[in-house]
Design a protein around this ligand. Structure first.
Ligand SMILES: [Zn+2]
Length: 142
């Protein structure tokens, strides 16, 4: 547990739910009402390092939260993203999207938006066999 981590130690007024696998809290710097974060219980930065049972619990919580908040808030849907640049404890942001809100996708994926600030030159060449390797791995797991 990290004392200054917003998921390990959320402010009491922000904490919505916690058990031994998942934590749900209002995001302290919410962009709008209903902006919550859903994290694994362990202070682990990367999804690929997270215990599977905690990730699955976070996924269940994420679905339940969206179903419940949609009924309460009356929003159209949710933007769900994981950033991890500042808070190094794996979590998803859940942000209500109302019909009247502008759409985020064209901003995020256009050269004028977030995509435009990404370095598109990878440090190593893309693996031409990536699709097949992923397919084979996914086919071999339960
Ligand atoms: Zn933490």
């Amino acid at each position: 547990m990290i004392q200054d981590c917003i998921l390990c130690n959320p402010a009491p007024e922000n904490l919505i739910y916690r058990d031994d696998k998942v934590v749900v809290s209002h995001f302290p710097s919410a962009v709008k009402a209903g902006h919550v974060i859903v994290g694994i219980a362990s202070h682990i930065r990367l999804l690929e390092d997270a215990p599977m049972e905690e990730f699955l619990a976070a996924g269940r919580a994420l679905k339940t939260i969206c179903e419940t908040m949609k009924g309460i808030l009356g929003c159209e849907r949710f933007y769900i993203l994981s950033v991890g640049d500042r808070d190094h404890h794996f979590h998803f942001h859940v942000i209500p999207k109302y019909e009247s809100d502008p759409v985020f996708g064209p901003h995020a994926f256009s050269p004028a938006g977030w995509a435009g600030s990404l370095n598109t030159d990878p440090p190593v060449p893309a693996d031409p066999n990536l699709n097949q390797k992923l397919h084979d791995f996914l086919s071999s797991t339960d």
